[in-house]
Design a protein around this ligand. Structure first.
Ligand code: NI
Length: 398
């Protein structure tokens, strides 16, 4: 890039008091996936205060705002997720959750406040911007199966005007505060789930020869599935098959009729994802058949793999290096096996998902923990990241 760059950070810093107030309001009243009604009200009120036109949707509690709708240049969408988690907060913060069993333990309050901060500074830009900026506030990211992104996409959030690029971010304690992480290509896993019901013939445990023993068949299945990753998937492709729950039986000397296995399957590419599903089904059926048992397999498709568009990612990373300096913008080395429904947008438009560092030494709380308390200085960096990414993409990296 050779054009001059005016940083957004000073403007974001000026928006900090407002962002702090928004974040406090979100944090005090977290709502679980598919219940984000009050959160939506707060987002709508903030957009109204900022004079940003917006729409809500028949299905779900999403909100989409639009800045500069009349501009002819590329449309950049910026996305924040809205939901909290079923965790009882133990941070001791003065603005801690008012509700036991509900907490913004994944930082989505920071994501929303940063996006509103970006909106505030993009709404009154210090120089003309080339294209519209769409603000996507998305519910139900933590829901895990269908998620909130899909419903918003189906209701047209990427249309009218049609989105050319999308950018999202997530706080992460493993990256120091002040740093932003990026990764081109696959970054997060597809997360599918299975439920396998093994039907044998129950009876006295002293006469196991009278029918297929569901416990033994289920055990063979658990072990047999371990060979899927080690012997079916290419060794250089990340993949996980884990059984997280095994249920069957009532007493030591009674063989149950049925054992239920539940687990998760993670993969990093659509091809491996398909391969694992078909191989798992085949392996489970053949083990059950060889032992004379019946089996029912429910395979539940979750979020797809999150694959960042390389060109968009590099443009955004170069822009952020100009905004924050090269040392503050780091390539995240390896993909992680967690999942995120931002992946759904990336199946439709090129974009990138960024990591917003919130790590502070001596306060090592992990995401989803009751003591997770990201430093609010991340709000400034989060807002400047989104605003700079939008401008950088609209300028085509120049
Ligand atoms: Ni999250």
């Amino acid at each position: 890039m050779d054009g001059s760059w005016e940083p957004w950070t000073p403007l974001a810093r000026r928006a900090l008091p407002a962002m702090r107030a928004w974040r406090t309001a979100f944090h005090q009243e977290p709502e679980l996936s598919l219940q984000e009604e009050r959160t939506r009200e707060k987002v709508v009120r903030a957009l109204e205060e900022l004079n940003i036109p917006h729409r809500t949707f028949a299905e779900g509690y999403g909100v989409v705002g639009l800045i500069g709708g009349g501009r002819s240049g590329p449309v950049v969408a910026l996305r924040a997720d809205m939901d909290g988690l079923p965790v009882t907060e133990a941070t001791g913060l003065p603005f801690a959750s008012r509700f036991p069993g509900r907490m913004h333990a994944c930082g989505h309050d920071v994501h929303m406040a940063s996006l509103l901060g970006a909106a505030a500074i993009l709404q009154r830009p210090p120089r003309p911007l080339a294209g519209p900026v769409k603000l996507i506030f998305q519910p139900a990211e933590e829901e895990g199966r269908i998620g909130g992104a899909l419903a918003l996409i189906e209701q047209g959030c990427l249309q009218d005007p049609k989105v050319d690029y999308i950018v999202g971010q997530h706080v992460i304690p493993s990256l120091p505060l002040g740093q932003v992480g990026w990764k081109a290509g696959p970054m997060m896993a597809a997360a599918d789930a299975f439920r396998i019901t093994v039907r044998g013939k129950g009876g006295h445990a002293a006469t196991p020869h009278q029918g297929p023993d569901a416990v033994v068949v289920a055990s063979e299945i658990v072990l047999g599935m371990q060979a899927l990753v080690s012997r079916v998937v290419d060794p250089v492709e990340p993949a996980v098959v884990s059984v997280g729950s095994v249920h069957g039986g009532t007493k030591n000397n009674i063989l149950p009729d049925e054992v239920v296995l539940e687990g998760t399957v993670r993969s990093m590419s659509p091809a491996t994802r398909k391969l694992l599903e078909s191989a798992l089904r085949r392996r489970v059926r053949s083990i059950a058949a060889s032992l004379g048992a019946k089996v029912r397999i429910e395979y539940i498709t979750g979020y797809p793999p999150l694959v960042n568009d390389p060109t968009t990612t590099r443009t955004v990373a170069a822009t952020l290096a100009r905004e924050f300096g090269r040392d503050s913008v780091v390539e995240v080395p390896a993909p992680v096996m967690g999942a995120e429904d931002f992946a759904c947008y990336l199946e439709h438009v090129p974009g990138t998902f960024l990591r917003l560092g919130v790590g502070v030494s001596g306060r090592p709380a992990s995401l989803h923990s009751a003591t997770f308390a990201p430093d609010e200085r991340a709000l400034v960096i989060g807002a400047a990241t989104l605003a700079a990414a939008a401008e950088g993409l609209q300028r085509g990296g120049s």
